[in-house]
Design a protein around this ligand. Structure first.
Ligand SMILES: Cc1cc2nc3c(=O)[nH]c(=O)nc-3n(C[C@H](O)[C@H](O)[C@H](O)COP(=O)(O)OP(=O)(O)OC[C@H]3O[C@@H](n4cnc5c(N)ncnc54)[C@H](O)[C@@H]3O)c2cc1C
Length: 353
């Protein structure tokens, strides 16, 4: 349901004034119509799950997504989302989530948010399509994996090049793979990939790792893990039917160039959370992830957060969906309480001069 703004009252009883007031009241009601109970920014697993829950709570959510479907639109088989024993294509899974949200009454628009006044009452969200207002907002803008930016990377993405060992490791049984990076994620990925691959090369541009001592020890203790130091990947090579087959490497100290045959390349050089838009209004951690409590609440009342934009640890569709559910339930409770209290603190609609 959309809710009215608080109204002006009083004034004298002259007939002309009454008519003018009627016109103004009509305009105010129109404006009031536009204040949503909740706006969800982001149309990935977190945003669409929040949409399903808030729509089922009859909050008529508006989902604003620059790219509806989010990151899973970029992948093929998803084998770890519960309920799909035979795998599901990423875009199909997202189409199902979208349809489920729409079936319950969510409105989904493909717009890009340019500005959000999170402290305003109502909260204002400005997109390339206009301005939307709501009593609560769920931020679910996700994150993007950092890319190497080398020839062949895009071409073989999903055909050997991966940004998620947890998601794709399973597909590399008895194969040779490489991990690029020197931090904890790269080391954890390398150790994890030894469950499947016959050999895991860790390629690092320096001669020292950045990862914690414990992760270094764990990775180094694995027989299948081999380190290639002072080296960068300069090209991902492959064949149309086989996918990725090799990496062209360059030693940054000697300048030597070589080719490493692999079937998998796991890029583990970090993610960039899509939180820049909210910087200065909302608390971000040193990596740029939005800080929330265990109930998905930010420090701004009525502003909740879900999915990868607040999660640098798990980064999975199912965890994003889980936090989307939590944020939706919290938003419903927040708005219900706000309604009980008559929307305190909300801007008055301007009357006639
Ligand atoms: C190639 C690949 C394969 C993967 N495979 C798996 C897998 O098999 N299993 C698994 O569990 N996980 C997988 N993941 C991870 C999974 O996709 C993410 O964990 C999940 O999508 C995060 O969901 P999210 O809703 O938080 O964000 P996202 O899916 O990133 O969605 C973010 C949404 O926010 C929107 N948005 C961002 N900024 C704005 C803005 N300014 N205005 C409007 N909209 C905006 C985007 O357009 C998008 O709709 C994979 C990821 C990648 C990249």
């Amino acid at each position: 349901m959309r809710s009215p703004r608080p109204s002006d009252s009083g004034g004298r009883c002259a007939a002309a004034e009454g008519r003018a007031r009627a016109v103004i009241m009509g305009q105010m009601e129109e404006a009031a119509e536009m204040v949503r109970e909740v706006i969800i920014i982001g149309g990935g697993p977190a945003g669409f799950t929040a949409a399903v829950y808030t729509a089922r709570a009859r909050m008529s959510p508006l989902v604003i997504a620059a790219s509806p479907g989010g990151q899973l639109n970029l992948t093929s088989g998803v084998g770890n989302f519960p309920g799909f024993p035979d795998e599901v294509l990423g875009p199909d899974l997202m189409t199902r989530m979208r349809r489920q949200a729409e079936n319950y009454g969510a409105e989904i628009v493909q717009e890009s948010v340019k500005e959000a006044a999170l402290g305003a009452r109502p909260i204002r969200v400005t997109t390339d399509g206009g301005t939307h207002e709501a009593h609560s907002v769920i931020i679910a803008t996700g994150s993007n994996p950092r890319k190497l930016g080398i020839p062949g990377e895009e071409r073989y993405a999903g055909k050997g090049v991966s940004y998620c060992a947890t998601c794709d490791g399973f597909f590399f049984r008895d194969q040779t793979v490489a991990v690029v990076g020197g931090g904890d994620t790269a080391l954890e990925d390398a150790a994890f990939l030894t469950r499947f691959a016959v050999k895991v090369h860790v390629i690092h541009r320096r001669d020292k790792l950045r990862g914690s001592a414990i992760m270094q020890e764990r990775a180094k203790s694995k027989e299948k893990v081999a380190f290639i130091w002072d080296t960068v990947v300069v090209e991902a090579q492959g064949e149309e039917d086989k996918g990725l087959t090799a990496l062209k490497l360059k030693n940054v100290k000697s300048g030597d160039v070589g080719v490493l045959p692999v079937q998998g390349l796991f890029v583990a050089i970090g993610h960039v959370p899509n939180s820049e838009l909210f910087r200065g209004q909302i608390e971000l951690d040193p990596m740029g992830y939005i800080v929330a409590d265990e109930r998905q609440r930010t420090k701004i009342p009525g502003v909740f957060v879900a999915g990868d934009v607040q999660d640098h640890i798990y980064r999975q569709a199912v965890t994003a969906a889980g936090t989307g559910c939590k944020a939706a339930i919290e938003a419903e409770r927040y708005v219900a309480e706000l309604q009980d209290r008559g929307y305190p603190g909300h801007d008055e609609v301007e009357g006639p001069a």
